[in-house]
Design a protein around this ligand. Structure first.
Ligand code: GAP
Length: 431
């Protein structure tokens, strides 16, 4: 993890938030390469979950919602972690941490240090409007899902969808985690890609199995190592307050097997609670036969940041090439922030101009690319290997004679000669 964190900073994937002030607790910023990787993850998810289907609609709801939403959803009452406080250093910890269960404070070392556990709500609170009073409390949403539930009928009617259908959202969520950590694994501000699939009660278990398989396939399609993915079924003591059944998709991170996607059968828990708290009917009326019912929801919920961490951890390789060590990110080309780097072999004979022109054409074609003329060709390759760039194009002496360049593959290290005017097509064919 240390190597990954330092590579992420060095190459401009991820920086600590407000670093010059000593950083903020478990909040991270995405640099030039990180933002591209994150956008590619979100675009691929959106393409699979929304564009390639006719039964899922997109939505983008606000972070701030009516405070009653969170009473209805059960988050005000249930979204808590048990917390203990060290009597000596006053640090707070989750009561279920193995270090804490022994009774010794992991920070100051005091024995029998802890207070009785208290429940601590994970939602961030703020105030709407100029008066800071109880009546104006609002919460930063801890999941995007509720925005989809309260808009269920709006979307269904406007899009003229019939059940079964889904609502997909990508957006920020906030949780005041007591023990954040492991880089971007558990943070206090993060992004989710969630899809709520509304089905007729009685068909929910079938749809649960369907989405479980779909979601695993998606992760495999990104090129994530199959051996490092597994399902974990929730036992009764692990289930969230809204779920009848739940399964996690876990990845074997350097710090162990951990969840990065959850698939939940939320039954009609959320819709029936919103119906009760708002006093508005949220039933679906079947256009054929006029049957009225509250749909059940099968949810797929994956973190963008956690997916980025999975992808970085999975792509990171150290290897020896001709006696030299290299670090390489074997990212799927569709996810790679830079698709192609362009180098002049030497800074003479008009090669830089040819390379700059080629990169200009790639830019105009919206292919993320990078021009580099600094240092030996070997060093330039190493920098791109660390950035996960799948192809490096070198303009050399032969380019002046026959208008061809070499394209070097990041993973196989093989080089092929391609006509300059064919480079764009060559790259496109492989994305
Ligand atoms: N709407 C259901 C829901 O929010 P969850 O299992 O609590 O379910 C879904 O969260 C996903 O969101 C997780 O699998 C994880 O990828 C991501 N996530 C949750 N809390 C996170 C945190 N503190 N930091 C980063 N990602 C988080």
């Amino acid at each position: 993890m240390d190597k990954l964190t330092s590579l992420a900073k060095r190459r401009g994937f991820i920086f600590q938030s407000s670093e010059i002030y000593g950083g903020t607790g478990s909040v991270w910023d995405y640099g030039p390469l990180g933002v591209e990787l994150k956008r590619n993850v979100k675009d691929l998810w959106w393409s699979t979950m929304v564009h390639q289907r006719d039964d899922v609609e997109g939505l983008d709801t606000a972070i701030l919602m009516h405070p009653k939403v969170w009473e209805a959803s059960g988050h005000v009452e249930e979204f808590t972690d048990p917390l203990v406080e060290c009597k000596s250093c006053n640090r707070r910890f989750r009561a279920d941490l193995p270090e804490v269960e022994g009774g010794q404070c992991p920070v100051c070392g005091t024995r029998e240090a802890f207070s009785e556990p208290r429940l601590f709500n994970l939602m961030f609170k703020t105030f709407m409007g100029p008066v800071e009073e109880n009546a104006s409390v609002v919460y930063l949403r801890p999941e995007t899902a509720q925005g989809s539930y309260v808009n269920f009928l709006n979307v269904q009617t406007a899009a003229r969808q019939k059940i079964p259908f889904g609502i997909a959202q990508i957006g920020k969520a906030f949780r005041n985690e007591i023990t954040p950590g492991n880089f971007i694994f558990r943070t206090r501000e993060f992004e989710q890609m969630e899809m709520q699939f509304f089905v007729e009660p009685g068909t929910d278990e079938e749809w649960f199995e369907y989405w479980k398989a779909q979601r695993l396939d998606w992760h495999l399609s990104l090129g994530i190592n199959k051996e490092k993915l597994r399902f974990h079924d929730h036992g009764p003591d692990e289930l969230a307050h809204y779920a009848k059944t739940a399964v996690d998709i876990e990845y074997e991170f350097p710090f162990g097997w951990k969840e990065f996607e959850g698939i939940h059968n939320r039954t009609d828990f959320d819709l029936s609670r919103h119906q009760e708290f708002s006093g508005k009917r949220l039933e679906y009326i079947d256009p054929v036969g006029g049957k009225r019912f509250l749909p059940f929801v099968v949810e797929t919920a994956v973190g963008v940041d956690r997916t980025v961490l999975v992808l970085l951890a999975d792509a990171y390789h150290e290897e020896e090439i001709d006696g030299e060590e290299r670090v390489v990110l074997r990212l799927n080309p569709r996810l790679a922030p830079i698709k192609v780097a362009v180098f002049p072999l030497v800074k003479k004979d008009g090669l830089p101009e040819l390379a700059i022109n080629l990169q200009k054409d790639l830019r105009a074609a919206s292919i993320p690319s990078f021009y580099d003329a600094a240092g030996s060709i070997g060093r330039r390759y190493r920098r791109q290997d660390e950035a996960g760039t799948p192809w490096c194009v070198t303009v050399d002496g032969q380019t002046n004679e026959d208008a061809t360049v070499t394209i070097r593959d990041r993973d196989t290290l093989q080089q092929v000669r391609v006509a300059v005017d064919q480079v764009e097509t060559w790259i496109r064919e492989r994305l």
